[in-house]
Design a protein around this ligand. Structure first.
Ligand code: CA
Length: 414
């Protein structure tokens, strides 16, 4: 029974494993609501302390009601308890040095990488994916016990319904094998594979009191190759491919480039009418972009706290057919980041915002966006075509600012 540990109930102040999303708490409360694994029988309540135990409990994404408690630090990059580093996954003659030599744009040009090093990279990446990609099935609750950390993993809720992830520190979904994409954005870019948590075709998901970061391997410490930052991480929480009815509350997204992507393509017509997400009482700290970036979805963004630092590109991204209803959010920025830098639009047409605080002062992000967009982005209207009805008490931005600073993230469930 390696990896399974008996933790007496009194070790925790309260068993949060059977909690369900309160009625009316955001889009995940719509319809049948979100209960996760609350219906699990005793045989399907697990406490896991390592990757192998977690994999067994997840049961290959089965839909049997189950509650999985994570205790201590679980490292996804392990085999039989031994830590695996990137060299352990490398196969087929892959080496970062040879890869860089093979696809240097000055000699290789702008064609998509192909040939022995790219083949070896793919094979190596598949070996890592087999370790770190962890499927979460329907009717599952995944909770951290006090101080629990899941590092190196990409939790993936794929075509599943009714999932709760709470009180968990999701750290460093590190890609050993980024791929060079010469045709991204003019200069080319490095593309990485893993989100800390990825909802794809997922419905009724409640993410609460989660902390998500790159902790251990910050991307700003990575080198620059081909004049681009060699990124190791993709999203912290991506919600794509027809996912719908998601509530993200009291969570902390920190120290990362692209935090939350809702909708991953302008032409994914199947996303129309879906991607309904509520984000409330979350902290966004030192996030460069996508907090969130939205396509298609009706997104209620209220009572969030933003702490912007150097390297910031934008916070709220307004993309194709998005309907973001933002209210009572508080932003803190260093002097050189202005209110006009907080919103960016690509093909977006509307943004509702009200009650925003910018460094303690009321500000109208919409008016500022339209006044300062420099003609490069179209003006946005205030009519996003819907008004949220599923929400808990909406605080003033000033109150939310204080409460989120104190209460968001893993280890802070009251
Ligand atoms: Ca992603």
């Amino acid at each position: 029974m390696l990896g399974l540990l008996c933790v007496p109930a009194h070790a925790e102040a309260r068993d949060i494993g059977r909690d369900t999303l309160p009625a009316g708490d955001g889009w995940a409360s719509y319809g049948a609501g979100t209960t996760g694994g609350a219906a699990a029988d005793d045989a399907h309540v697990y406490t896991v302390t390592d990757r192998a135990g977690l994999v067994r409990a997840l049961d290959n994404g089965s839909d049997t009601p189950k509650i999985i408690r994570i205790a201590g630090t679980v490292d996804a990059n392990t085999d039989d308890g031994d830590h695996l580093d990137c060299a352990d996954y490398a196969t087929g003659g892959y080496s970062p040095k040879k890869y860089l030599a093979a696809y240097d744009p000055r000699t290789w040009g702008s064609a998509k990488p192909s040939g022995p090093q790219e083949e070896a990279r793919k094979a190596s990446a598949a070996r890592q994916a087999e370790r770190v990609v962890l499927p979460v099935g329907s009717n599952t609750t995944l909770v951290g016990l006090r101080g629990a950390v899941l590092k190196g993993a990409s939790l993936q809720v794929r075509n599943a319904d009714n999932v709760i992830v709470r009180n968990l520190d999701l750290r460093d979904a590190y890609d050993c094998f980024p791929v060079w994409q010469p045709n991204t954005g003019g200069l080319g870019d490095w593309k990485t594979a893993y989100d800390n948590l990825w909802l794809t075709g997922a419905t009724h998901v409640w993410v609460d009191h989660v902390t998500a970061s790159d902790k251990g391997h910050p991307d700003e410490a990575e080198p620059t190759y081909f004049a681009r930052n060699y990124l190791r991480h993709d999203g912290l929480l991506d919600i794509t491919n027809g996912s719908d009815l998601v509530t993200v509350s009291w969570s902390r997204f920190t120290g990362h480039d692209k935090a939350i992507l809702i909708g991953n393509g302008d032409t994914v017509a199947g996303d129309r009418g879906k991607l309904r997400v509520t984000l409330h009482h979350n902290a966004f700290e030192s996030i460069a972009q996508r907090a969130p970036r939205v396509r298609f979805g009706q997104v209620h963004l209220y009572n969030n706290r933003y702490e912007v630092t150097d390297g910031h590109r934008y916070s709220v991204g307004v993309s194709t057919e998005s309907g973001i209803h933002a209210e009572n959010n508080a932003f803190h920025t260093p002097g050189h980041v202005e209110a006009a830098d907080l919103v960016k639009s690509w093909n977006g047409t509307a943004l509702h915002q009200s009650g925003t605080l910018f460094n303690g002062y009321p500000v109208d992000l919409l008016a500022i966006h339209n006044a300062y967009n420099g003609g490069s982005e179209r003006d946005l209207t205030a009519d996003v075509g819907w008004t949220p009805t599923l929400h808990t008490k909406i605080d003033s931005a000033a109150v939310a600012d204080r409460e989120v600073a104190r209460g968001a993230g893993a280890g802070r469930i009251p």
